[in-house]
Design a protein around this ligand. Structure first.
Ligand SMILES: Nc1ncnc2c1ncn2[C@@H]1O[C@H](COP(=O)(O)OP(=O)(O)O)[C@@H](O)[C@H]1O
Ligand SMILES: [Mg+2]
Length: 430
């Protein structure tokens, strides 16, 4: 997984068995590999901008190489043989996303574009790849996001408690799950900015020497400006009813340029941007979740959880609802989204849908993603055809009843400390 923060690649290697909502998910290891500075800059240059198509094409292939390397590095660190991995789910890097859509050349079009060439990943690793998850949901009338609610529902739902999962990446999103419910009562949407505005302010203020407010140090040195905060919170995005998605389109360079055009000190500005993230998440819970269900606890994940000032503000804004980390339900805060795409790839390999229509607005639940099949799948002994004559996905039986069968000796599960601005990028299901 690579998120909108453009900070790098998050890899999770996951053992999944069983089917549907009873599947067992065991995260063997996870690791984040930051993008080199030049890659980050090149991605920023082609994200939601008018860019040279040649640059996009080249970056697509370069990212394929980086994703393959990130997986190899992750597997090696945890002593997991690459050939024990049955399937890769790769979200790729979003460079454009227009979930809502509009009129274009006489047609109503919503579209999305993730890069990181799956053919390269598959060729380098020898593993089948499922990629391009969002397009299938959008073709079915959905906004293509958020897709992580499928995993949230699997892992966070509770018989007696109303729970909300909040991921604070570049953009912040939530999944609210009433007690003892099916997926059709799940509420999920992007609440607005996560770290994106803070990151851009810090990058511009430090002229690129820092790309994020490490441990909230700059925000801690400033004070929130209540007037500016109130003005920012009046934005129509926060009032719009879910389902809704946000991205660099709303909170990119234009938004940040306007913010920089104030009299506030850099520290006060960053403190105010941090409060905007916390307050808009809490407002989303108050305005769109609490009227529908009780909320007993909130589980947070994503890079924003490493910012203590943001976490303090969020706790205060959500008080008295307790704010916990997803690690309390067995999901490393930095690995959640990568695990989600491993799970979705697994479901796709079994021809099962994994979008949550109430979250994306799709007309129906659809099987997500496209398969890039590696020609050398037989090399690790997995069958190339199952009993019904269908091609098998590198050992993952397509008939829906099977599971990834090949097991290796349990590796040492490493708790990986996150390098500076490390992030989310690719998932491998096995
Ligand atoms: N130690 C830290 N202090 C403050 N912010 C952090 C820290 N570590 C990570 N972050 C923030 O988390 C972001 C990455 O979050 P991530 O969940 O990977 O987002 P995305 O999914 O959009 O890539 C970084 O850009 C940074 O803003
Ligand atoms: Mg990231």
């Amino acid at each position: 997984m690579s998120g909108t923060s453009l900070d790098g690649i998050d890899v999770a290697i996951v053992d999944i068995t069983g089917s549907g909502f009873k599947a067992k998910i065991n995260v063997l290891t996870s690791h984040s590999v930051p993008y080199p500075k030049k890659i980050r800059e090149a991605l920023l240059a082609v994200s939601n901008s008018s860019a040279f198509t040649g640059d996009i094409s080249r970056l697509n292939f370069v990212l394929g190489e980086l994703y393959a390397e990130a997986l190899e590095e992750t597997a090696e660190r945890a002593n997991i043989p690459l050939d024990s991995i049955k399937l890769i789910g790769c979200h790729g890097q979003t460079i454009f996303h227009e979930g809502q859509g509009g009129q274009y050349l006489g047609k109503r079009v919503a579209s999305t574009f993730q890069i990181g060439e799956s053919s390269v990943i598959s060729e380098r690793t020898g593993i089948n790849v499922i990629s391009n998850f969002r397009e299938c949901d959008m073709a079915a009338g959905g906004k293509g996001a958020p897709l992580v609610p499928y995993l949230d529902y699997m892992l966070i739902r509770h018989r007696g408690r109303g729970r909300v999962a909040v991921n604070i990446g570049g953009i912040a999103n939530l999944t609210a799950i009433p007690p003892n419910t099916s997926t059709d009562r799940v509420i999920a949407f992007d609440t607005g900015p996560g770290n994106m505005v803070i990151d851009q302010l810090v990058t511009r203020i430090t002229q690129g020497n820092q790309t994020y407010d490490r441990d909230g140090a700059m925000a801690a040195a400033g004070e929130v400006d209540p007037k500016l905060l109130a003005k920012l919170l009046r934005d129509k995005y926060f009032r719009a009813k879910p389902p809704k998605t946000a991205g660099r389109e709303q909170y990119g360079s234009e938004f940040v340029s306007k913010l920089l055009d104030t009299e506030l000190s850099s520290e006060d500005l960053i403190a105010t941007a941090t409060a905007l993230t916390a307050e808009s998440i809490a407002a989303a819970v108050r305005n769109f979740v609490l009227p529908e269900m009780r909320v007993d606890e909130v589980f947070v994940s994503g890079g924003g959880t490493h910012n203590p000032v943001l976490m303090r503000m969020l706790r205060k804004a959500l008080d008295p609802i307790p704010v916990k980390y997803t690690s309390e339900v067995g999901l490393d805060v930095d690995a959640k989204e990568a695990v989600a795409f491993a799970l979705m790839a697994y479901e796709t390999a079994h021809s099962r849908p994994s979008n949550v229509p109430t979250a994306t607005g799709a007309k129906r639940a659809v099987v997500l993603g496209k398969l890039t099949q590696n020609g050398t799948t037989a090399r690790n002994g997995s069958a190339s055809a199952n009993s019904s004559g269908n091609a098998a996905l590198n050992g993952v039986n397509r008939n829906g009843s099977g599971t990834a069968t090949h097991k290796v000796k349990a590796p040492r599960v490493q708790k990986v400390s996150r390098p500076p601005a490390a992030p989310k990028a690719k998932a491998a299901a096995r």
